[in-house]
Design a binder for this molecule. Structure first.
Ligand code: PGA
Length: 266
């Protein structure tokens, strides 16, 4: 696990976007796993800028989003599909047919979830997965107690997640209680994972996930078992890490190895 503590949110976002860019340059038809939430917005902005100003090509990518609220249609302005359209898909040259976001109006949710898993497999698996972390330690909507081997399924959201998300809805009663989400096991099958987190309110849970024990109570802690994870934080989100100085030192030392490190650190 590589931990990078950037000074700012912008620095964090630029690093994450650069890692995705390098993946696309290595493999233009990469399968990208994508996340929603406020954290990755800056990463998407940086990718859009790379598309517009540097011609980064998204025409061959295939995307799979982590999750979607149950019963919100893709055109609902709080649906994750709508979020992705607004922040990324409508602003780059991705082929609409290559976009996958769980469908909140699936009639048979179980069947839909199996189909989603199969689509990921058919696409060859996720090459690089972008993740945020919830205030309760979730990745995607894998709330505390989610099996570390879980697959795509319907999940009931915690009170904390519902409260965290209430800021996006006019009426708190409208915040969905259920979501379709990739499982922890699904996420761990990605070849490479980037997790981004910013702000003071994430500092404690980030420290638990990275330096605490691996536990289903903090689903992000499962990333400790994955061989290719980069956690990119801003200074505030990294402020509770016991070994912050060591991570910074590693990052500085690694810069010297840049010619021999392909696709990692800048
Ligand atoms: P946030 O959500 O980026 O809006 O903080 C993160 C998450 O719940 O995964």
């Amino acid at each position: 696990m590589e931990i990078i503590i950037a000074d700012t949110y912008e620095g964090m976002s630029e690093l994450a976007a650069t890692m995705i860019e390098r993946q696309l340059l290595r493999k233009p038809n990469s399968v990208l796993g994508l996340a929603t939430g406020s954290t990755p917005i800056g990463t998407y902005q940086a990718l859009v800028r790379k598309y517009k100003e540097e011609g980064l090509d998204f025409s061959k990518i295939v995307t799979f989003n982590l999750d979607e609220y149950l019963d919100l249609s893709p055109s609902h302005d709080q649906s994750y599909h709508y979020f992705m359209d607004q922040h990324l898909f409508n602003k780059i040259n991705v082929e609409p047919r290559n976009i996958h976001v769980p469908y909140g109006h699936a009639e048979d949710v179980e069947q839909f979830c199996s189909w989603y898993e199969e689509e990921i497999r058919q696409a060859g698996g996720v090459d690089i997965q972008l993740l945020g972390i919830g205030g309760d330690g979730h990745i995607a909507f894998n709330e505390p107690g989610s099996s570390l081997g879980s697959r795509t399924r319907l999940k009931t959201l915690t009170k904390q997640t519902i409260d965290d998300n209430a800021r996006f809805f006019t009426n708190p009663e409208d915040v969905p209680r259920f979501a379709i989400t990739m499982g922890v096991g699904t996420i761990l099958e990605a070849r490479e994972i980037i997790m981004v987190a910013n702000g003071k309110k994430k500092a404690e849970i980030v420290a638990e996930a990275i330096e605490g024990p691996i536990t289903a109570q903090v689903s992000a802690s499962a990333l400790q078992m994955h061989p290719e994870v980069t956690v990119i934080l801003d200074a505030e989100a990294g402020s509770r890490l016991k070994r912050a100085d060591y991570y910074k030192w590693i990052f500085e030392e690694k810069k010297r190895l840049i010619p021999r490190l392909i696709g990692k650190v800048t």
